[in-house]
Ligand binder design. Sequence first.
Ligand code: ARG
Ligand code: ZN
Length: 873
Amino acid sequence: QPIFLKNYLPPAFLVQQVHLNFLLDSTQTRVISRLELERNPASTQANLPLELDGQNLKIINLQLNGQCLTEADYQLTEQQLILPQVPDSFVLEIEVEIDPLNNTALEGLYQSSGNFCTQCEAEGFRRITFYPDRPDILSKFTTRIEADKSRFPVLLSNGNLIAQGDLDNGKHFAEWQDPFPKPAYLFALVAGNLHAVKDSFTTCSGRQVALELWVEEQNLHKCEHALRSLKAAMQWDEENYGREYDLDIYMIVAVDDFNMGAMENKGLNVFNSACVLAEPKSETDAAFNRVESVVAHEYFHNWSGNRVTCRDWFQLSLKEGFTVLRDQQFSADMNSAAVERIQQVSMLRTAQFAEDAGPTAHPVRPESYIEINNFYTLTIYEKGAEVVRMLSELLGKETFRKGADLYFARFDGQAVTVDDFVACMAEVSGLDLSQFMLWYSQAGTPEVAASGVYNPTEKTYTLTLKQRTPATPGQPVKQPLLIPIKMGLVGAAGVNIPMEVNGEFWSTERVVQLKEAEQSFTFHHLEAEPVPSLLRGFSAPVKLSFDYSREQLAFLMTNDSDGFNRWDAGQRLALLAIQSLVAQQQAGETLELDPALTSAYEKLLKAPVSDPAILAEMLLLPSEAYLAEQYEQVDIDAIHQASEFARTSLAKALYAEFLRLYQDHHSSADWSPEASAVAARRLKNVCLTWLVATEKPEALQLAEQQFKQANNMTDQLAALTCLAHAKDASVGKEALEAFVKQWSQDALVMDSWFSVQASRPYPDALDKVKTLQAHSAFSMKNPNKVRALISAFVNQNRVNFHAKDASGYQFLADKVIELNQLNPQIASRLVIPLTRFKRMDKVRQNLMKIELERIKQEKLSADLFEVIEKALQ
Ligand code: ARG
Ligand code: ZN
């Protein structure tokens, strides 16, 4: 039952207007819709039947132009309502009944903490009423909501409030009208006992926009940061993309039960509370950063997504990739650009590269899917953003902006494709981007092997770049891509040498376009062998290899003018050192850490601190997940042993330096949101982690002290993690108890409390996780809790998830089976680590497959079916 991109057909009918009337009730909500339909003049076939999507809907009444329809007039399937004979233009009235209270899938209309809310992207609207639920049908929506006034005093939907009032029996109503035609996936409704923090923004043309953030009463003190971020994003989009907001009101609602981060419904965003609420005592700096970026992301969708939307779901990255790039650019402008880039790339290289290497690998524009919810992936979002970023590198900032302007102007109010977007970029730049389109159609992570030869007599340096993309499921053969490689040649003392290639002068930095499978560039007039700095700023989402010596890496670490590449040189050096430890471990030798790494760290620690935020990043070793990515055959245990050995060796060797740095950046001053204060906290807490890695009593004491004295969650949680992750489980006991006592009423903080325990890197973690499932704050129906406890164990506790006794696999399979019933979207995400068995040893491969087979015995949702099927193929 897969759906194919190549089978796309324009819709047979268009919807001019939709009137919705909701009579809200927990288990028996009535939805009465009135659709003004007409045949699509652009439809390619005549006299097609009307097909409306609908799932789990109970039909109460159907009328066509005022005439009641009987069962003889239509066909009803599990998925659709089909009317074979309809006029060319008509009014259809549909009354259905739905059950929001028992909607645990959290798609369509459901209840969260007693309040009603909706999630319609991608195909949730069909769980609310019968409708042509596809993004290329844009219609004007009017929504009337009727509910009990005392329990649901606040009634919200898209657009502007046009009427409200009281009704009999303690009920009231509100009517909202959205002037902008939109696809059904952008519809939203919220009703409940909510409280607003209000603000306003004046747009560049002088219009006043009311801003409202709706939350439960106990969260009113957590709204300020999101509102500040929203205003900053609105201004940023005016200045950087010329995009002005278009309604008189912009509302955000925070809900606790939400499958994803947030949703950009027109004028009424619905947010996972974890992505909108933030207050220093209870949320970390990382949470503040996430709120800023998600608030901006959803706001930016108003243009890249809502005003210009997707023709079909294969084009999902058209809005997501572009919008992620926009939110990344915004975050880079608001914070340290280098640190933002480092964090994005770390995530991409571990998680997205792993996706590309696994059974669910897919192109940025997939060719087919069974369940579209499975395609809200790192590939669509993050790699999609990298693809648009490459366009901006290739075109240059100004031309890229012209292309974006053209795209918004030309396609405003339309549902379009990735080709339309790229065509705008080609048009404004005059570039031929046909080869570039392969980035959208080819899955897998391209590998670029670079090598250099210096010829001292000719004084030339020849750089050779070779590219290949490994096969992915369904795509055995790959073509060479157009890969922009930003580079420079670094000479003695760290100067960027002006480059001259065959009489052409390139200046000191250049974006080289690699188009062939293999290309060479010869640089002239070089007095000595330069050190190439390649893929600066991570200019393309590829794996770049170059046979750097340890000396060259240490040199680039301090001398590269590109901040990202300085960090990456350090990562490469650490990688070499840990990989040789892995080899020693596998050979049964005594472990010995490469002294080059220790001295590079020492140099970092002893140098004057120019940028504490970057230093903090440079002091982090590559994660075990990233290490695993480097191997065709992953030895989970050896990687863990090697990492731990590197960590404790460095910590012991450089204890005094880490302690000094910790003390220098530890302040008892009041919490501040300033970038400098954030950086200091980050650096200090990275140092604390290093100190406790030694397990020295005085280090643990320091953590205890910090835990007790902390006036903010960043410091408190960092200290708690250090204590709870000490080898001796009793070390963290007291702090964990104090923490739960202090925060048991705060759902978001409790998520951290679960995660800290689930990620404890010792074999006792799984039993703890199992026990914690019975905790009163835990619920399998709440996705944040599932992520905090179960995903945290599976994804942040690799050695123990992969325990050789299969206990981790069995546990995960049990949870997936449970969630298959409750929430298919969450189940199908949770199972992914179990599908990544290809690079494991034979024993683990078999154990993992046994659990997948066990899951397969169940009556699976489409979501899980698709993933399991691909994994076992
Ligand atoms: N469009 C939303 C965002 O990226 C995500 C919605 C995902 N929904 C889903 N059911 N997969 O901001
Ligand atoms: Zn998005």
